[in-house]
Design a protein around this ligand. Structure first.
Ligand code: HEC
Ligand code: HEC
Ligand code: HEC
Length: 103
């Protein structure tokens, strides 16, 4: 019972990522995304994340690829920090993500 639920879940996740990929097949987006916040910035390694996550875009883009709906502080924190906590990898403290701009 439990096992079949997992299979179903895996299948539906594949379907979602497949649909998202079908829309813009080759568009990987930028290699780096530099989020800017006043005198701080956050260099985000987009491609490295894609690679680490087996190119499963749906971890961050749940329906379409590109701009994420309602992107901003809350969405970002929910998305980014929860995965890092779950994986026990990647930054979870403010100053690990929000660093001083390089001159
Ligand atoms: C770990 C999270 C994460 C993963 C995984 C991820 N992305 Fe993104 N991606 C982002 C974020 C964050 C943005 C910026 C969102 C925004 O500004 O609204 C973005 C933006 C984009 C953009 C739009 C860039 C622009 O400026 O218009 C494209 C295209 C894109 N991603 C494609 C992909 C594809 C294709 C995959 C899977 C191979 C993928 N992403 C996987 C986080 C991710
Ligand atoms: C689904 C899981 C997942 C999501 C979502 C995610 N990350 Fe990560 N992130 C990781 C993992 C795993 C690592 C560790 C990579 C390693 O050690 O090789 C990491 C590492 C990082 C690092 C350390 C430097 C680097 O790139 O190796 C930064 C900075 C980072 N993430 C920023 C972000 C930001 C900003 C977001 C949200 C836009 C985000 N991450 C979303 C899984 C995720
Ligand atoms: C995993 C990385 C990560 C961690 C950890 C993190 N943040 Fe963020 N934070 C982000 C991202 C990504 C954004 C969205 C940037 C954008 O709007 O494009 C953001 C946005 C913000 C903003 C809004 C800034 C603006 O100009 O819109 C504030 C304030 C903020 N964070 C404070 C904090 C504080 C305080 C902590 C610690 C409790 C923290 N952050 C931890 C990634 C992180």
């Amino acid at each position: 019972m439990k096992k079949s639920m997992l299979v179903l879940l895996a299948l539906s996740l594949t379907a979602i990522s497949g649909a998202a990929l079908a829309e813009t097949p080759k568009e990987k987006g930028p290699e780096f995304i530099r989020f800017k916040m006043k005198d701080l910035e956050l260099p985000f390694k987009h491609w490295k994340h894609q690679k680490n996550l087996n190119n499963e875009c749906f971890h961050c883009h749940n329906t379409t690829l590109g701009k994420i709906d309602g992107w901003g502080e809350q969405t970002a924190h929910r998305l980014c920090i929860s995965c890092h906590e779950l994986e026990d990898k990647g930054p979870v403290y403010c100053r690990q993500c929000h660093v001083k701009k390089k001159k």
